[in-house]
Design a protein around this ligand. Sequence first.
Ligand code: UT7
Length: 337
Amino acid sequence: MSGMYRSLLVGSGAYLPQQIVTNDELAERIDTSDEWIRKRTGIQQRHVAADGEMTSDLALAAAKIALADAGMDASEIDLIVLATTTPDDTFPATATKVQSALGITQGAAFDVQAVCAGFIYALATADNFVRAGQAKRVLVIGAETFTRILDWEDRTTCVLFGDGAGAVVLEAETVPAGTNRSSYGVLSTHLHSDGRARDVLYVDGGPSSTGTTGHVRMNGQEVFKHAVQKLSRVIDETLEANDLSASDIDWLVPHQANQRIIDAMANRMNLPSEKVVSCIREHANTSAASVPLALSAAVRDGRIKNGDLVLMEAIGGGLAWGAGLVRIGRPNGSGEA
Ligand code: UT7
């Protein structure tokens, strides 16, 4: 019998729109303050896409950087899985726009929708395509123009989110027959959802319900409680599935929604803050882009290196949540991921 496939994570990239809106600037428009936002969330600023700049533009920029990082030409990609809550249009999939902009005519491209957990869902989907032998080189993208679905009069939500994109490249590796586990690449993914909690975080519009795009509505305290409880459980599930303990993890790359949630996860895992990647300060919650933005930032600045074991997690509307464990780069790799 021939070997089995596993996905190596061989490149990453990110893109943030140029325009920055600080907490102080928001405080000029609505009843809030830099102090409240920083103390309750850790956020200092967010990036906002320019007029006419769409989710596909941010996704394309991140994808190009990830491809260059992987040393791969776009023509080698045979699958694009793009996670977004803010697609350019109701249809077609934003992934197909990125596909054509990259000049790719082979394979498939589609979107997945799991809001802030979107990147973990996209990673799991892509990894399962690779494991099934249906894709060899995959672009996995999380991209959002989330500020477009915010109610700028609602201070309980509008201060929390920003726009951005992050991408990774997966490459199939053949694991020799008889070995059921590669020590590199996507080691496991774990997805969950529970639609009963829909009303704690949703958008009050859509093509089939109201015919409008709608705005984000959230019960922050409830989401906070769900986040701490469900992310803790899925982290435990991931460690158990891989026979690991928290001290084996080199980096926690958490969803960037609230510094207090990030700290709660780190404390629970007994991880020192140096092992936890946080960039919520610079770009707030970018929903599906949040995890790959953080991953890419830590790879770029040299913190995350080839061979490092990285645990990613995220939760968002649905509720939908999940985690993924990845050993970054290529076995005997050059040090770049
Ligand atoms: O990615 C999707 C997942 N989303 C999340 O993970 C979000 C999870 N939730 C949170 O991060 C937090 O619940 C928030 C940051 C949203 C809110 O923090 P909190 O500590 O739970 O505050 P709170 O909702 O209990 O509000 C405390 C007070 C309230 O005033 P009163 O009732 O105590 O007088 C709010 O009206 O803060 C007020 N408040 C604000 N004040 C200034 C709410 N938003 C603001 C604001 N500026 N922007």
